[in-house]
Design a protein around this ligand. Structure first.
Ligand code: GLU
Length: 517
C-alpha cells in the first residue's frame, strides 16, 4: 500500500496521471449560517481545482450543491446567505444552483428521482432492504441498549423479512424506510488522501437509513448518487464524515459507481478545546464580516490554518495561494483557531496592503451603519467619500478592524465633537489658566494661518509656543484635544488641515467656553 506519509506520494495520488479534470464540490445543508470551517473548505477546493489542477495542465471545476433533503432542519434564506458569504470572500463556483451547469439541478430536493432509482436498484440487487419498524419500536430497542450498556444502533430486525411478509406489509399500507444491508463479515477500507488507509470492521457498522418514509433520501444515499452523477473526482469534506464513509464506499460498490478520491479535511478547534463554535465568540463567517475583518485577511488566515507553503511565509494573497497551494500539504491534524493571529493579519492587510482608496470604500458601509455619514452608495460616488478618503489616509496605520472607522474618523467627518472631559485640555503640569491662555492665543492667530499648509501651520505653532514660553508639546496637546476631543490623533498639522479652518475655529471656541465654564 502506498506510503501516504510522504507528500510526494500524496501528490501523485491527488492528481492521477489519467485524470483529465478535477471536479470538487461544496455541499452544504441549508440549516444555518456558513461557518469559517466551511469557508476554509471552499477555499481549499477552489485552490485545488483552479490552482493546483490547472497548474498541472488539467481542468479544474468547483461545484456548489445544496443538500436540502432534511426538510425538518431547513432554514429559509440560509442557502442565499451562504452564497452571499462566499461571494464576499471572492470564492467563485463554476456550477451551482444560481448559475446552473451541465449537471443541473444543483439542489437535492429537485433531484428526488435519482435517489429513488438508486434505492430501487439497491433493493433489487440485495444491498438494501425495507424496514417497517415503527418509531416506537426503534425507541424501545434504543432504551434497551442503553440499559444493557450496548452501543446504540438498529438491531437489523427487518433485514431478513421474507418476500411474502414484505408484500403483505406493503399491501396493508405500512410505511417503511430503506436501509443499507451492510455485510456482516469482512472489512471496508478506503484511502484518504490526507490520512492514508482507513479500515472498518463491517459488523460494527449500522444498517443506516438511505431513504426515509417520506421518500426523501438521507445524506448517505444522496451524497453518493450526486457525487457520482456530477462526476465529482475528489470528495473533500469535514472529518465528521469518516465514521460513515464505509457506508458510502459500500454504496459506490453496490451501485457499480467508480470510487472518488476521499480527502477528509482537518477540524478547526477552539482555543478552549473542542470544536470551534458559537461559544468562542462566533464561528459564523457573517460575524467576521460584521466585525470588520477583510475577506483577504480572513482567507489568508484560514489558508494557513491547516496548510503551509514552507512553514514560515505568512502573507498570501489569493493569487499567491492559487500559485502555490497543493492539497497534499494540508495537514490532517486539527488546528486551533488563534484570534490574535487573525487580528494581526487583518491589521497587516489594512496597514500595508490596501490602497487608501480601497480602505476608504470599505469603511463606507461601517460609517453609514454607525450614522457617522449619510446613506449613499458604497463607492467613490458617495457624497462624503472625499472626506473619508482624507481620514483613511491619516488613519490607515491605526485601523485594526473596519469597525473602528466610525469612532476613529468621527472628528474628521462630523460637524460636532462628542462631548469630552475638559480635564483632557490640561496636559500634566499645565494649569487650567495656562491651557486657556494657549487656546485663546491660537484662536487669535488662527485666521492668519492657512491650515491647508502643513508647514505654515507647524512654523506658526512653534513660534507661538516660543512667544508663550511653553514647550511645543505643551501647546499642541490642548489644541489637539480641542480639535478632536481626544488625546490621540494622527499628526496634529495634518489633522487640523483635514478638519478645516471653520470647524477648527468653532471647536476652539467650544473648548475655550468649556474651560471658562
Ligand atoms: N451536507 C453535508 C454537510 O453539510 C455535506 C457533507 C459533504 O460535503 O459531503 O455537512
Amino acid at each position: 500500500m502506498t506510503d501516504f506519509h510522504s507528500p510526494d506520494a500524496r501528490a501523485a495520488a491527488a492528481l492521477p496521471l489519467d485524470l483529465a479534470e478535477v471536479r470538487v464540490r461544496f455541499a452544504p445543508s441549508p440549516t444555518g449560517s456558513l461557518h469559517i470551517g466551511g469557508s476554509r473548505l471552499v477555499m481549499y477546493n477552489v485552490l485545488f481545482a483552479h490552482g493546483q489542477a490547472r497548474r498541472a495542465g488539467k481542468g479544474g471545476k468547483f461545484i456548489l450543491r445544496i443538500e436540502d433533503t432534511d426538510q425538518k432542519r431547513f432554514v429559509e434564506g440560509s442557502a442565499e446567505g451562504l452564497m452571499d458569504g462566499l461571494a464576499w470572500l471572492g470564492l467563485e463556483w463554476d456550477e451551482g444552483p444560481d448559475i446552473g451547469g451541465p449537471y443541473a439541478p444543483y439542489v437535492q430536493s429537485e433531484r428526488q428521482h435519482h435517489y429513488r432509482e438508486a434505492a430501487d436498484q439497491l433493493l433489487a440487487n440485495g444491498h438494501a432492504y425495507r424496514c417497517f419498524c415503527t418509531p416506537e419500536r426503534l425507541q424501545r430497542v434504543r432504551d434497551d441498549q442503553v440499559k444493557r450498556n450496548l452501543p446504540p444502533g438498529y438491531d437489523r430486525h427487518c433485514r431478513n423479512l421474507g418476500a411474502d411478509e414484505i408484500q403483505a406489509k406493503l399491501d396493508a399500507g405500512e410505511t417503511f424506510v430503506v436501509r443499507i444491508l451492510m455485510p456482516l463479515e469482512g472489512e471496508t477500507r478506503f484511502v484518504d488522501l490526507l490520512r492514508g488507509e482507513i479500515v472498518f470492521q463491517n459488523d460494527k457498522i449500522e444498517d443506516l437509513v438511505l431513504l426515509k418514509s417520506d421518500g426523501y433520501p438521507t445524506y448517505h444515499l444522496a451524497v453518493v448518487v450526486d457525487d457520482h452523477e456530477m462526476d465529482i473526482t475528489h470528495v473533500t469534506r469535514g472529518p465528521e464524515w469518516i465514521p460513515t464513509a464505509p457506508i458510502h464506499v459500500q454504496l459506490y460498490e453496490a451501485l457499480g459507481y467508480e470510487m472518488p478520491i476521499f480527502a477528509h479535511m482537518p477540524l478547526i478547534l477552539s482555543p478552549n478545546g473542542g470544536k470551534l463554535s458559537k461559544r468562542d465568540g462566533s464561528a459564523a463567517l457573517a460575524d467576521f464580516r460584521e466585525r470588520g475583518y477583510l475577506p483577504e485577511a480572513l482567507l489568508n488566515y484560514l489558508a494557513l490554518l491547516g496548510w503551509s507553503l514552507d512553514g514560515k511565509t505568512e502573507f498570501f494573497t489569493m493569487a499567491d495561494l492559487l500559485e502555490h497551494f497543493t492539497i497534499e500539504r494540508v495537514s490532517a491534524a486539527p488546528s486551533t483557531f488563534d484570534r490574535d493571529k487573525l487580528d494581526w493579519l487583518n491589521q497587516q492587510w489594512i496597514n500595508h496592503h490596501l490602497t487608501v482608496e480601497d480602505l476608504a470604500v470599505r469603511c463606507l458601509p461601517f460609517l453609514i451603519a454607525a450614522g457617522t455619514i449619510e446613506e449613499g452608495p458604497h463607492d467613490a460616488t458617495h457624497p462624503t467619500y472625499g472626506q473619508v478618503l482624507v481620514a483613511a489616509g491619516l488613519l490607515k496605520d491605526r485601523i485594526r478592524h473596519l469597525t473602528e472607522a466610525p469612532d476613529l474618523m468621527s472628528y474628521f467627518l462630523a460637524d460636532e465633537l462628542h462631548p469630552y472631559d475638559s480635564a483632557l485640555l490640561m496636559p500634566k503640569r499645565v494649569e487650567p489658566a495656562a491651557a486657556l491662555g494657549m487656546l485663546k492665543a491660537f484662536r487669535e492667530v488662527l485666521p492668519e494661518i492657512d491650515l491647508a499648509s502643513h508647514d505654515a501651520t507647524e512654523a506658526r505653532l512653534r513660534a507661538l509656543a516660543d512667544e508663550l514660553g511653553v514647550k511645543a508639546g505643551q501647546l499642541f496637546m490642548p489644541i489637539r484635544v480641542a480639535a478632536t476631543g481626544r488625546t490621540q490623533s494622527p499628526g496634529l498639522f495634518d489633522t487640523l488641515a483635514a478638519i478645516g479652518q471653520d470647524r477648527v475655529a468653532r471647536r476652539l471656541d467650544a473648548a475655550i467656553e468649556l474651560l471658562e465654564g
